[in-house]
Design a protein around this ligand. Structure first.
Ligand code: ZN
Length: 415
């Protein structure tokens, strides 16, 4: 590794987190995973990459789940390869989400934090609602602006919120989807929301739900960008200290199980709904048990998948990966899959094609190459899109008797 590169990698590493990111409580280990390179760092040229520690911790005070190492967010997000607008199911999801928000709130002005390529906001804009986005990935924020979605290419915090208040005023709906897990320090975001939210406005955000992650053993959702794995109770107390109150919560099917949380200003008369109270009650009852069962669940799944793949290889057959989402890196490292087991990686995302997967094991090929490579098995690491992926590729692989392997939540082989 060159001196310059060594310096670049070390400066991207922020070091160990010693206390709870929400309440400053003491942290305990839940799960030790293998160190991996950054899940979205797919390089054009093959070169050595720094592997960062990856461990799941639990706070002894508020029981919030989080990582114990922080990577410099500038390294993680300033040139990001994830675009919302790359799959039909994403477009469908955000469209119905936006329609739901319009029906519930009839908003006049919407701010989306971590707005990515502006897909979600575009559905408000086409209904004549004023929109504004903020996203630190400069390449993607610029692309959103070019599509007509006004987007600040910055990290959202109370300083930016103060400037926006002068130029744009307050918003009656502020949203934040799957990004509330991504920032180590959530205080600047919440303080910014408090500044820009109308008194009777709502702050709505979606995060992967830790209860489902634990219950289904979805350990591949743990990677460096996902600093937090939320459940409602710790968030309730955290927001409460910063002037917001969670008044509703509902489970969503995305990413193996997510939760949509609704918060208002504390001065608002809105109080937690029955559904919200019920979810928190179930958390209190089951959380500790699920935490203690989590490592065993993953080891069992690992054993099953490795045995299946070794059996396939012993028959002289080939396995390729179909879809290489961010979570694929955690799974590939933990299950110690390499090019001796997996021959190729295919992905629809043109931003990933022609690049090396983190760690440099495979070069990502377009899915149109599947026909030429004829893999006997396609391992679907984007398992949350398994149905759509199988539907798209079933006819192609049928020609040579190809099958699909879905590793999680329960390993299964599909013809
Ligand atoms: Zn805590």
């Amino acid at each position: 590794m060159t001196e310059e590169k060594q310096h670049r990698d070390e400066s991207s590493y922020r070091g160990k987190i010693c206390k709870c990111l929400l309440c400053d409580g003491i942290l305990h280990y839940v799960l030790l995973l293998k160190p991996t390179p950054l899940a979205n760092e797919l390089l054009l040229e093959k070169e050595e990459q720094f592997s960062f520690p990856l461990n799941l911790m639990k706070c002894s005070s508020c029981s919030h789940l989080q990582l114990d190492y922080m990577v410099n967010p500038k390294k993680l997000y300033q040139h990001y390869l994830y675009c919302s607008d790359t799959s039909a199911s994403n477009r469908e999801y955000f469209k119905s989400y936006a329609e739901d928000m319009i029906k519930q709130f009839d908003p006049k002005k919407v701010l989306d934090i971590a707005s990515n390529d502006g897909l979600f906001l575009s559905y408000f804009k086409e209904r004549g609602i004023k929109v504004c986005g903020v996203d630190p990935a400069q390449n993607i924020a610029h692309a959103a602006c070019e599509k007509g979605i006004d987007t600040y290419p910055e990290f959202f915090d109370e300083t930016l919120a103060g400037q926006m208040l002068c130029t744009r005023g307050k918003f009656d709906l502020i949203t934040c989807n799957n990004a509330f897990a991504h920032n180590a320090d959530l205080r600047p975001i919440v303080k910014g929301v408090e500044i820009l939210l109308e008194d009777n406005g709502s702050f709505v955000f979606e995060v992967s739900y830790a209860m489902r992650l634990l219950e289904k053993g979805l350990f591949d959702l743990i990677y460096h960008e996902h600093m937090h794995h939320h459940h409602i109770k710790p968030l309730y107390d955290f927001l409460d200290k910063l002037g917001l109150r969670i008044y509703d919560a509902e489970e969503r099917p995305t990413h193996g199980g997510s939760i949509r949380i609704y918060a208002c200003k504390k001065e608002s008369p809105l109080q937690p709904s029955d559904e919200c109270r019920d979810l928190m009650f179930k958390e209190g009852k089951n959380f500790e048990r699920l935490v203690s069962e989590f490592p065993i669940k993953i080891e069992n799944n690992r054993g099953d998948l490795i045995a299946l793949m070794e059996g396939i290889k012993s028959e002289g057959k080939t396995i390729s990966i179909l879809g290489f989402p961010a979570k694929a890196t955690t799974l590939a490292y933990y299950f110690e899959t390499d090019h001796t087991i997996i021959d190729d990686v295919f992905d629809d995302n043109v931003l990933k094609q022609g690049r090396w997967t983190p760690g440099g094991e495979w070069k990502v090929r377009p899915t149109s190459d599947i026909r030429e490579r004829k893999p006997d098995y396609l391992l679907i690491l984007a398992w949350n899109y398994a149905d759509a992926l199988i539907k798209t590729h079933r006819e192609t692989v049928k020609g040579w008797g190809g099958k699909f392997i879905i590793p999680l939540p329960e390993m299964k082989v599909v013809e």
